[in-house]
Design a protein around this ligand. Structure first.
Ligand code: FAD
Length: 503
């Protein structure tokens, strides 16, 4: 039922709570626009929790001459790292030279360009490795002699989204989860949108001066189904899957392996005890919410990793998989892996008619620049408010020195000496300087309330409900944390019961 009260009017209604929608909401709210963001499921429940989780220039994009994208992405690495050094950190990548694939001089030249193209200040430069003597050569099959080691960064993708949404809300944005934008129509220069709570099915009408369609893989269906416009086929859906296996090697560097098909896959240390292997790159024509790995993808990833590791990786080794759909702008490229990863922003309509900004493509790495660009476009349509501000701003919990994570862990460990140091470290990774707000006066494990397994206590769950829009056990176990890898089904049932009482 639609309620009768006068509809609320906002400057901007953002559709989609992935990284791009949350980034736009944060930037716009910080400049003084009134913003509402609707996410039909959980924050980051779409593509933004299914990435390889790299803040990277994209070495492979150099081969496709995407210099603008690579330059912008490389420069964003240190900007994003400084904004959230708890959830973003540097990684070293080992690229073994494979006889019969790209020659060593090509790899060296590419990495030289990679080192110099973007503003690298803290990240170390490329080095050449002798894999016969370097520790990184130990898990690899015999015959790999030379490797190149270069820098990029890691990001906890789902937490990047939640913290971006939190910051947007702290700056005044109204963030609605489990709320779908079911329709929006132009009406006298304003949009009249109907939004629907997905649990109660209650509907509400909202008026907005401008819409931002950041629905990721659903961007075309929003254009057709919610906006009632015909003929949208701007997005090319490209599926990517990952497998997670028990830890394959002891050091903290990653591997980037070249495949005979011209693609690369990564093998990355993951959640202390695991190795993450991915990804695939396949055109996808199904419902984005139902995407899942196939046996062929599993075999492809196992075979690609086994080409390099001494101990073969088999489907039986897999403890978890996830898949996502890249919402790429359809630039007519023939192969899925060649479609542009760059973002495209399209403005339709104007101030008088009511405007919508449709967002295509983009990467976690470039979301801040994409958001700036969208808000500049917003200013062009509904009027200017505020300057660009996100470059030097921290995300919640990230207000400590870029290289100061270990100091922060030490500080928290001393302040909470009676708690398990591994728990304090895990919390510092997820919440940074917000650990004090989360733990409050708690000094011992008994002060943290019910235990749901794997170091997850009611105190943390309640913090996530109150501050990060967590509503279900999966929100907590797979997106706000990755404790889903460790808890038992019984733990999960007890957690779900606890959350049902709270939300
Ligand atoms: P999404 O995260 O999908 O968000 C869109 C949201 O809109 C969804 O949550 C959906 O529920 C919501 N929605 C849809 N319709 C409605 C509606 N009517 N009402 C309300 N809400 C709605 N990038 C990197 O930088 N580094 C990487 O290592 C990397 N690896 C990747 C690996 C893979 C396999 C994939 C698939 C992508 C990878 N990316 C990477 C790219 C990156 O993940 C995506 O570009 C980014 O997450 C897209 O975010 P988004 O906000 O546009 O879409």
């Amino acid at each position: 039922m639609t309620e009768n009260t006068e509809p609320r009017t906002v400057d901007i209604l953002v559709i989609g709570g992935g990284i791009n929608g949350c980034g736009v909401a944060r930037d716009a709210a910080g400049r003084g626009y009134s913003v509402m963001l609707c996410e039909m499921n959980d924050l980051a429940s779409g593509t933004s929790s299914a990435a390889t989780k790299l803040v990277h220039g994209g070495l492979r994009y150099l081969e496709h001459f995407k210099f603008r994208l690579v330059h912008e992405s490389l420069a964003e690495r240190e900007v994003l790292w400084a904004s959230a050094p708890h959830i973003i950190w540097p990684l070293r990548f080992v690229l073994p030279h494979h006889r019969g694939l790209r020659p060593a001089f090509v790899l060296r030249a590419g990495l030289l360009m990679y080192d110099t193209l973007g503003g690298r200040k803290l990240l170390p430069a490329t080095e050449t490795l002798d894999l016969r003597t370097d520790e990184a050569g130990r898990p690899l099959r015999e015959g790999f002699r030379t490797g190149f080691e270069y820098s990029d960064c890691w990001v906890d993708d789902a937490r990047l989204v939640a913290l971006t949404a939190r910051d947007a809300a702290d700056r005044g944005a109204d963030i609605r989860v489990r709320t779908k934008v079911v329709s929006a129509r132009r009406d006298g220069g304003l949009w009249t949108a109907v939004i629907e709570d997905q649990a109660s099915k209650a509907q509400e009408t909202v008026r907005a001066r401008l819409l931002v369609n950041a629905a990721g893989p659903w961007v075309d269906s929003v254009i057709v189904e919610a906006l009632g416009q015909s003929g949208a086929h701007n997005v090319r859906l490209v599926k990517g899957s990952h497998i997670v296996v028990k830890r394959l090697f002891d050091h903290d560097r990653c591997y980037i392996f070249q495949n005979a098909d011209g693609r690369v896959i990564f093998a990355i240390p993951y959640e202390q005890d695991y190795t993450l292997i991915g990804t695939t790159d396949l055109d996808y024509h199904g419902e984005p919410g139902k995407v899942a790995i196939t046996a062929a993808e599993t075999n492809y990833l196992c075979a690609a990793a086994s080409e390099y590791f001494t101990k073969p990786v088999t489907p039986e080794d897999i403890v978890w998989t996830y898949s996502g759909v890249r919402p790429l702008f359809d630039d007519g490229a023939s192969a899925a892996q060649e479609a542009t990863r760059d973002y495209v922003i399209k403005v339709a309509g104007d101030k008088v008619a009511g405007a919508v900004i449709n967002v295509f493509g983009g990467k976690l790495t470039t979301h801040r620049r994409l958001s700036e660009e969208v808000v500049e476009q917003i200013a062009g349509v509904i009027g200017h408010k505020g300057q660009r501000w996100t470059r030097d701003a921290h995300l919640p919990g990230g207000d400590f020195p870029t290289t100061g994570f270990e100091d922060l862990v030490e500080q928290h460990t001393k302040a909470h000496a009676k708690l398990d140091p591994a728990l304090v470290r895990r919390l510092t990774r997820l919440y940074g300087t917000k650990v004090e707000a989360l733990l409050g006066s708690a000094r011992t494990a008994d002060d943290l309330g019910a235990h749901f397994g794997a170091g997850l206590y009611a105190r943390e769950v309640d913090y996530l409900i109150a501050n990060e829009w967590a509503r279900t056990a999966d929100d907590v176990l797979w997106r706000r944390t990755k404790l889903g890898l460790r808890v038992t089904p019984e733990d999960k049932t007890r957690l779900a019961a606890h959350m049902a009482e709270r939300v």
